[in-house]
Design a protein. Sequence first.
Length: 344
Amino acid sequence: MARELKDLDWKHIGFQYRPCDWRYVAQYKEGAWQEGGLSADPNVTINECAGILHYCQECFEGLKAYETVKGDIVCFRPDLNAERMMDSAEYLCMPKFPKEQFLSALRETVQANLAYVPPYGSGASLYVRPYMFASGPVIGVKPSDEYTFRIIVMPVGPYYTGGAKPVSVMVSDYDRAAPHGTGHIKAGLNYAMSMHAHEIAAKGGYADNMFPDPMERKYVEEAGGANFYFISGDGKTFVTPKSDSILPSVTRRSLEYVAEHMLGLKVEERRVALSELPEFSECGMCGTAAVISPVGVVNDHGKDIVFGKGLAEAGPVTKKLLDTLTGIQLGTVEAPEGWIFKIA
Ligand SMILES: *Cc1c(COP(=O)(O)O)cnc(C)c1O
């Protein structure tokens, strides 16, 4: 039976908040997660002294649900999001939301909003945003006693309009995360930190920042919300920066597997010096929102480093990586074991 679909212009949906019918809500009180459930209320009511409002105890995740070529509704490796959220919570002294409960809450929320999952072939998908915040009151600096976990969903189009068209980024003079800080967890506070730098990049016409390592400012870290990868000059090696202050992207970890096991590339995770960028043939940013955004130009303090055909066209390895990973997600390429989580 064909599923019912909301009357939305799927091809021009953009990347913006749209409340769907149902969201999942669970509360942590008296030392335990209470049984959660679906709610029709898009508003959150919390105490004026809630920990999130004063000391920013919050973490989040981002993943997508898709309709595959066969008409199944699936998510891509949500177990990794569940685990990463547990790591984020632990570092922020928040209770961990159990993995099994995360996966069943995800299933319940997407199933309740099936009519919002964009149809196969539209290029759009259902963005899923799990998040958790300190909802109990605190005024002295300490972890809250109460927390709220929610999952909201919304249909979104491709993050960067124009699909896989290369973008330019600039090397930032700011830091996204401190050495030995919170760069490795998915916390809203890292985004608050990066907004000033992002405004500067946007005003200069750049899609994003390339943040150098905060200690020496010599090595590549990541973008505001995406990891970087590079392809060696001979096109045979996939290189991605190694650092304790970058977020372990699910997309990047998946691309490493695809590069090695499906495209026959060598994979290196190592420090990447800004000074070696001119030696690479391709560069890209990767993350759930955009999957891959090819980078045509990196501007390093007035000097342009151009990869391949620059802003004209993505390189051949980037195109293969993007086609293979989106093919896996949409069911046109066979997925490695355990990558596809079937919802309906
Ligand atoms: C979410 C995020 C990414 C991308 O991670 P995915 O799991 O691939 O979506 C990269 N960098 C930062 C800082 C992020 O917050």
